[in-house]
Design a binder for this molecule. Structure first.
Ligand SMILES: *Cc1c(COP(=O)(O)O)cnc(C)c1O
Length: 459
């Protein structure tokens, strides 16, 4: 491992938050009380929190200064105009509708762009995205390349859409029965895997041929852009900003969770070029979020978001971001820990199938692995496997995804390399006695998005 490959933090620390580690006995009690679900553990009881990179970002001094510039007028806030101008400049879309977070945008888009019975092809599903699509009568179809489902396969741009799968679906179902193509950059559940510019161009060309719209899930678009700069021919000398702009030039709009690449703690938005869709979106946003000029966000939140989105495109920031995640992944790999390869943009995913070969998938190996890692070390992670995938709406059977993973998600600008060392050591220690990880069964299973609040017990 060449430590020179990893840049030091491109920031100085100006405010700190103290964390503490509770004892192993206490952690055992906590995990039992939380029903072996890391979502149900109190943050106070966590030492290093890698549950998610969503809304856990550290804001900059400039963003905090922006918070003081909040214009909390009910209508026409100047912060909305700042956000709108920023998104127009950076993404290139004509219209922006603010929402309280990403799923608010997904709710609006699914309602205005899906007719019941229509198909919504996408490069692997995301939990809330698919939920809103299905709730509005859409039928999700996974058209990601096959390689994305193979955890150990180390190839670039594993998030790409398989164009043959897309064209076959269009030919079979008819273009009029495709609501739109949902293209995620990067693909969260595939392990934070990026999509190449070449693939985005090809998807645009194919959908243009059939008159089908393409909406991006833009949640981690800046992380995706870094991979393009680093790994795709012809982009080494381009700025992150220019790459992001080109990516969106092949889309009709996007949904955005501001809680990730906008470097804030809450917020989101929906973008589109189409005037008619925009008019409908504005009618609906009033019902679900708020006025079209705040959409569930405070003025100060929109200000911080506009500033954060611009900061995220600074090369030094995004290089450190991607490489800090890679540092953790490389450490684990060197110790023989099975992880999803290549290492993704926002998280390292442990491959629970290979970590716990003694458990079957219906014993929820990833769920149990996450709970055991917490007991081992006070490090909180999250299941991304059969529990997250939920049940098939029609048959009631569990979706059984090929990827059964535990996600170690790194918050942006929050932890140091030394924290990554502590996490790596904890995982390596647990791997040494992995046979002791027991299977789980449900004691409470919610009907929707069950992973958030489900409870389990050890078998
Ligand atoms: C987080 C996320 C969303 C949903 O956004 P929220 O802000 O959590 O509502 C959608 N898509 C992807 C890929 C995400 O990671």
């Amino acid at each position: 491992m060449n430590l020179n490959e990893y840049p030091a933090e491109p920031f100085r620390i100006k405010a700190v938050e103290t964390v503490k580690m509770i004892s192993r006995e206490e952690r055992e009690k906590v995990v039992k009380e939380a029903g072996y679900n890391t979502f149900l553990i109190n943050s106070e009881d966590v030492y290093i929190d890698l549950l998610t990179d969503s809304g856990t970002n550290a804001m900059s001094d400039k963003q905090w200064a922006g918070m003081m510039m909040g214009d909390e007028a009910y209508a026409g806030s100047r912060n909305f105009h700042h956000l709108e101008a920023t998104v127009r400049e950076l993404f290139g879309f004509k219209h922006i509708v603010p929402t309280h977070q990403g799923r608010g945008a997904e709710n609006l888009l699914s309602q205005i762009a899906i007719k019941p019975g229509q198909y919504v092809p996408g490069n692997m599903y995301f939990t809330t995205t698919r939920y809103h699509q299905e709730r509005n009568g859409g039928i999700f179809v996974d058209i990601i390349r096959d390689e994305a489902h193979d955890a150990g396969l180390d190839i670039p741009f594993k998030g790409n859409i398989d164009l043959n799968k897309l064209e076959k679906l269009i030919e079979e179902k008819g273009a009029e029965n495709i609501a739109y193509v949902c293209l995620a950059v990067t693909v969260n559940l595939a392990g934070g895997q990026p999509v190449s510019m070449e693939n985005m161009r090809a998807v645009r060309a194919l959908t243009n041929k059939y008159g089908i719209k393409v909406f991006y899930d833009a949640t981690r678009c800046v992380e995706n852009a870094y991979y393009i700069k680093e790994q795709e021919k012809g982009f080494a000398d381009k700025s992150i900003k220019d790459i992001v702009h080109e990516m969106f030039s092949y889309a009709d709009g996007c949904t955005m969770s501001g809680k990730k690449d906008c470097l804030v703690n809450i917020g989101g938005f929906l973008c589109m070029n189409d005037e008619e869709l925009f008019a409908t979106a504005k009618e609906l946003v009033v019902v679900y979020e708020g006025m079209p000029s705040y959409g569930g966000m405070a003025g100060r939140d929109m200000e911080a978001m506009a500033i954060g989105l611009r900061e995220s495109m600074q090369f030094e920031y995004i290089e450190h971001r991607i490489k800090q995640v890679r540092y953790l992944g490389e450490k684990l790999k060197a110790a023989g820990i099975p992880i999803i390869e290549p290492i993704g943009g926002h998280a390292v995913f442990l491959d629970a199938r290979r970590f716990c070969p003694h458990l079957t998938q219906d014993q929820f190996p990833a769920q149990s692995l996450a709970a055991n890692l917490y007991v081992e070390s006070g490090v909180r992670s999250m299941e991304r496997g059969i529990v997250s995938a939920g049940r098939d709406k029609a048959t009631g059977k569990n979706h059984a995804p090929k990827l059964e993973t535990v996600r170690l998600t790194i918050p942006r600008r929050v932890y140091t390399y030394r924290h990554m060392d502590v996490v790596a050591d904890a995982v390596i220690k647990l791997y040494a006695h992995k046979e002791q990880i027991k299977g789980l069964r449900f004691v409470y299973e919610p009907k929707q998005l069950r992973f958030f609040t489900a409870r389990f017990e050890e078998i």
